[in-house]
Ligand binder design. Structure first.
Ligand SMILES: [Zn+2]
Length: 336
């Protein structure tokens, strides 16, 4: 296997490889760009025009998706997986990955779309670097751009695997991409309705990529991910990389559940209190009238929407950040 196929090993060891460029027997080029960043360029005659950004470990303890990217890259470096797409592999937060923690100083996935400029420290610099790496990768005109940012969640979920679809004014969501996710084992998609500061929101709004945050199960330590079943996603990624994806049945979204954001719960002060059990699962339903949270000055968050569910509840976030999202079922009438 080509040494650059061991990007995860290099990253875990904090090593810079001596040789930055290597070629597979089929003529695909692997190029190490920076810590945790490697670009794959297929031989020109093989290139099918897709630019695919695969990122994982934006939160350092999300081992199942990190291991998935490691397997794909090793497959390419061994010549078993024959790429027909340009690919950028990114391990998001190497320092946190080495520690097996979600972050070192702060959550990188709240530092994109320029937000890193208002912060200092390691993670702010890394978010800036990741933006530049993605922007350079997605700078070639006339190509199709796709980004999957792979995550695992802190808590369990009533719906194990789901995607978050960013929002941009006047831009229609792609039914074809939803069908592709459905085929990859994703059971639900949350359609955002305002701009955000996550990595996928950056590549979607600033770089014109189709981009998704994929939540793939519960975070566990390296080697303990047997319960996170990524088989369908891994197969689909292999097919995308090799340009041999089966055409989707005219964008059938059978079984795919769509949700829309009803409200984001924002924590304003240290007095913020959330009235949910600590181990509540994502997508838990909340009845109308339920007192979800309270904050200073008599602020009350009461559920008014029928069919409401909660995802990403986290009362420990910093003041001013989102402590949870209330979502409601959505239909697919606004898809293109
Ligand atoms: Zn994450």
């Amino acid at each position: 296997m080509l040494a650059l196929g061991k990007l995860l090993e290099l990253t875990l060891a904090g090593h810079e490889p001596a040789a930055k460029i290597q070629l597979t027997p089929e003529g695909a080029r692997l190029r190490w760009l920076a810590e945790g960043a490697l670009e794959v360029t297929p031989a020109q005659a093989q290139d099918n025009g897709l630019d695919l950004l695969l990122s994982a470990g934006i939160h350092g303890n999300e081992t199942a998706p990190i291991e998935l990217l490691d397997r794909l890259l090793r497959g390419i470096a061994r010549g078993e997986l024959k790429p027909r797409t340009r690919i950028l592999f990114l391990f998001g937060n190497p320092a946190a990955i080495r520690r097996g923690e979600r972050f070192v100083e702060q959550d990188i996935n709240r530092l994109f779309n320029g937000r890193h400029e208002q912060h200092t420290g390691f993670e702010a610099m890394r978010a800036c670097d990741l933006e530049h790496l993605a922007a350079t990768f997605f700078s070639k005109p006339g190509r199709t751009r796709l980004h999957y940012d792979l995550h695992t969640a802190i808590r369990g979920s009533k719906i194990e695997q789901f995607a978050l679809y960013p929002w941009q004014e006047g831009r229609a969501r792609s039914k074809r991409e939803l069908a592709r996710l459905n085929a990859a084992g994703i059971e639900a998609v949350l359609l955002h309705n305002k701009s955000s500061i996550t990595f996928s929101a950056y590549t979607y709004t600033q770089l014109g990529a189709e981009a998704f945050t994929l939540e793939l199960g519960k975070a566990r330590a390296f080697g303990q991910n047997q319960q996170v079943n990524l088989e369908l996603l891994e197969q689909r990624l292999q097919h995308i990389i090799e340009g041999r994806e089966a055409e989707q049945q005219s964008a059938e979204l059978e079984g795919l559940q769509l949700f829309a954001v009803a409200r984001e719960i924002i924590k304003h002060s240290d007095a913020f209190q959330m009235h949910l059990p600590a181990d509540i699962e994502n997508f838990s339903e909340l009845p109308v009238g339920y007192l979800l949270a309270e904050d200073l000055a008599g602020t009350r968050w009461v559920v008014e929407e029928s069919g409401a569910r909660i995802i990403f509840p986290n009362p420990k976030v910093k003041n001013g950040l989102r402590a949870g999202i209330l979502i409601v079922p959505a239909d697919d009438s606004h898809l293109a």
